[in-house]
Write a protein that binds this ligand. Structure first.
Ligand code: BGC
Length: 352
């Protein structure tokens, strides 16, 4: 789509002048039909509402878009590619002005982008990148940094920074899972090379399901016993599954486990000492930013992207948002301060 070219050009020009691109303004050279006046209708196609965070994404995105005068039509595909394409078709047939997609499957959802572009609807890839498609804009948290911080936190908790670990990746179908792994690799692989770390077992978690992460941990123990020092789990759901197995083995709290998403149950486990850390990705930041960008795209206002990420089809204009490591020590300064979860809930059952 023309819009994408405008985004990249604007981004490059400003990068050259200022070194960083932060503002937006001016008018787009796009020839695609835009909505100058009238209510903007946004189609929001979600993979799933299963994990706690996606419910927050839905609520906060809709609230912000409505506050900006837009209407949001939401579909959730229950982790089913066929259904997600149908959802997108249904949203297109309801004449949405812009589509925001959280793909279940990075590759499969290229079809949805093509269908939208055929009728001049721009597409934002939300949190997860759609591969091999001419996506107009990608907005996410810095997923490589997520992986790096998870790995650094785990290494810091290994005796002398050395030991045997289990690695539990996310869903193979999710490009984020690959980005988390790549970030982790940057820290872990040099230590594997130097002999400080040994990865005794690693696997991808189909569908990001906690029960699959539990099975991966059981398989690791069946093959190698319980003499390992840490579990590098890619999100709180998989951490929860792994910790169930550790609990059954009497090891919960003795082996550090990483996570991501700052789910309430994970924050409680951190306070209880059975999970070492999580990554806090403030959902209101991505949801409100994406809602604003969706309205601007629908109105064909120029968007400034700070970076670009290759997706197999080209370099997609991208905005990466910041993340924070959360441990027992800074729980109050992060999760509680932002009222992400109520203090009484996070510390429920905790010893005074
Ligand atoms: C998201 C994570 C989430 C995972 C499972 C990833 O794409 O970035 O926040 O935990 O999907 O839903």
């Amino acid at each position: 789509m023309n819009i994408r070219i405008v985004l990249v050009l604007v981004s490059l020009v400003l990068s050259l002048v200022t070194g960083i691109v932060l503002s937006r303004g001016g008018s787009s050279g796009s020839t695609a039909k835009g909505k100058a006046k009238g209510k903007v209708v946004i189609g929001f196609s979600m993979d799933t509402l299963k994990e706690e965070r996606w419910q927050a994404d839905k609520r906060m995105f809709t609230e912000k878009a409505e506050a900006l005068g837009a209407e949001v039509l939401v579909q959730s595909a229950n982790s089913d590619d066929v259904r997600q394409v149908q959802d997108i078709e249904a949203l297109i047939s309801r004449n949405v002005d812009v589509l925001v997609i959280i793909p279940h499957n990075a590759e499969a959802m290229a079809t949805g982008v093509e269908k939208a572009h055929q009728v001049g609807i721009p597409v934002i890839s939300y949190d997860r990148l759609i591969k091999n498609a001419d996506v107009d804009l990608y907005i996410s948290f810095d997923n490589y940094r997520v992986g790096e911080e998870q790995a650094k936190a785990l290494v810091a908790l290994l005796p002398g920074g050395k030991g045997k670990i289990i690695r539990i990746y996310g869903a193979k179908t999710d490009n984020n899972a690959a980005q988390f792994k790549e970030g982790q690799d940057r820290i872990i692989l040099p230590l594997v090379k130097s002999g400080d770390i040994q990865v005794i077992h690693e696997d991808w978690t189909e569908g990001w399901k906690p029960e699959n992460a539990k099975r991966i941990t059981q398989a690791a123990i069946a093959a190698h016993g319980t003499s390992f020092d840490g579990i590098l789990a890619s999100n709180d759901g998989t951490a929860g599954g792994a910790i169930q197995t550790l609990t059954e083995e009497g090891l919960a709290g003795k082996i550090p486990v990483t996570g991501q998403d700052a789910e309430l149950s994970a924050c409680q486990r951190i306070i209880a000492g059975t999970q070492a850390m999580t990554i806090y990705k403030p959902i209101h930041v991505i949801a409100t930013a994406a809602a604003g960008l969706a309205v601007d795209l629908a109105r064909r206002k120029p968007i400034i992207a700070r970076t670009a990420v290759p997706n197999g089809k080209g370099d997609i204009p991208t905005n990466f948002l910041d993340i924070q490591v959360v441990t027992k020590d800074n729980m109050r300064d992060t999760i509680i301060r932002d009222n992400y979860h109520p203090e009484a809930e996070v510390y429920k059952g905790a010893a005074k």
